[in-house]
Design a protein around this ligand. Structure first.
Ligand code: CMC
Length: 391
């Protein structure tokens, strides 16, 4: 019984109380644990931000060191996981592979997490933070047909991830600080975003008391979609298509406005941000700086800027408050760092991982009830069964 309020897409429904991320869509504010994203992107690093999301406070130097060594303790992935990896064709999309491998971790770490024990929860968190970048890097190695790399605890978290993706056998890998810093910044900007589609998925799956790894695997699948994290790959593919088509951005803006055409301007619009996306502002500036420092001239960046300008001058986009989102310029940076297009959403997943884990832990710690929305039934009224011969 009771009255059911319909809210398709949960546009106005709060699903939980959370102390992790604050977001004000009208003002373009984003804060992790009270710290503005602009300050974190500028001054912090991804290792620290992972700790902040998880523990609620920035670490002291000693805590940061311990956190890193705890992660290193769990950074070996069972050799049997490579059999699962190798069963995929090299043409498989890395996000599908990543979701499967993440889910498979359940089989290799079968002990259920005791949610009453902070220590147990922490161990589950660092286990996943340690193994996930290994799996993510392996999806790239698989796609490229390259031998797999393993974690090197001498390297920082981001350097290690980069090295596992790109180190060639018997060759030193040059690690340009410009590249590592850029990657670090992007990971920080993606680290949490309150109750977005993938995070809500992680919480909903976990609300049935499903384990952490299986819940996160569902989050990876949710993130894959082109309306969510998959948009970063779509943006760069769109920009390349516009370029091949002669670079007439107005034509593509008009196409996005045409209600008879399914095409949307990828990397534009957001459910919550109605003025600007603070992450997009930071990333746009970073894209300019990074390409400049690396001496890369990518026509896609010019097209992106022209496209943004044309859209922002257009009544359709203005009246609907559609602005570039986090995915609009991030792909251009990933491309400049030598990351293949199909890997862009995997990069997003590595960034979002600490957010997903922190949200899962918060949900279980708060002992939230199982997530179970209602519906309004619009099907057939009661009718009697008809025997096969009489149909
Ligand atoms: N291009 C053209 N029209 C758009 C776009 C777009 N990118 N985004 C929204 N609209 C229109 C939409 O057609 C609707 O028009 P009308 O009022 O005439 O029906 C209006 O704007 C409101 O859009 P909506 O689809 O009702 O808004 P939503 O909150 O349900 O969807 C969104 C948000 C992000 C899914 C959507 O803006 C979109 O599809 N954007 C493109 C994909 C994208 O960039 N996704 C990344 C999101 S940000 C980070 C992340 O999650 O990864």
């Amino acid at each position: 019984g009771g009255i059911i309020t319909m809210d398709p897409g949960y546009k106005n429904t709060g699903s939980c109380k959370s102390a992790i991320t604050y977001l004000d869509g009208e003002e373009g504010v984003l804060m992790y644990r009270g710290y503005p994203i602009e300050q974190l992107a500028e001054k912090s690093n991804f290792e620290e931000v992972m700790y902040l999301l998880l523990k609620g406070e920035l670490p002291t130097a000693e805590q940061a060191k311990k956190f890193k060594s705890d992660i290193n303790e769990y950074d070996v992935v069972s050799e049997d996981v490579t059999k699962i990896l190798n069963a995929f064709p090299s043409t498989a999309h890395p996000m599908g592979v990543l979701s499967t491998l993440t889910s498979s971790l359940t089989a290799f770490n079968p002990k259920a997490v005791n949610v009453k024990s902070e220590e147990d929860m922490y161990r589950a968190a660092v286990t996943l933070l340690a193994k996930f970048p290994v799996l993510a890097a392996w999806t790239l190695r698989k796609m490229k047909g390259l031998p797999l790399n393993y974690s090197d605890s001498k390297l920082g978290y981001v350097e290690n991830f980069y090295s596992m993706m790109f180190k060639q056998p018997n060759k030193e890998l040059e690690m340009d600080p410009i590249v590592i810093d850029a990657l670090d910044k992007l990971l920080i900007l993606h680290a949490d975003h309150e109750q977005n589609c993938s995070t809500s998925t992680v919480r909903l799956v976990g609300s049935a008391h499903t384990g952490l790894f299986a819940s996160i695997s569902s989050g990876v699948s949710a993130l894959w979609g082109p309306l969510h994290g998959g948009a970063n790959q779509e943006v760069v593919e769109m920009l390349e298509r516009i370029q091949e088509d002669g670079g007439n951005v107005q034509k593509w803006v008009d196409k996005a406005k045409d209600k008879n055409d399914d095409f949307r301007l990828m990397g534009f619009g957001h459910r919550v941000y109605k003025n600007f996306d603070p992450r997009a502002r930071i990333i746009k500036k970073a894209a300019d700086q990074i390409l400049d420092k690396l001496g890369i001239q990518d026509p896609a960046l010019d097209i992106a800027k022209k496209l943004e300008q044309a859209a922002l001058e257009d009544e359709y986009f203005v009246s609907r408050k559609l602005y570039p989102n986090v995915d609009f310029y991030s792909g251009i940076i990933y491309k400049a760092l030598g990351i293949p297009t199909e890997m862009f959403t995997v990069m997003f997943a590595v960034g979002r991982l600490p957010g997903w884990i922190s949200q899962w832990i918060e949900m279980r710690t708060n002992n939230e009830p199982i997530g179970r929305p209602r519906q309004i039934y619009v099907g057939e009224p009661k009718r009697d069964y008809i025997d096969l011969g009489n149909r």
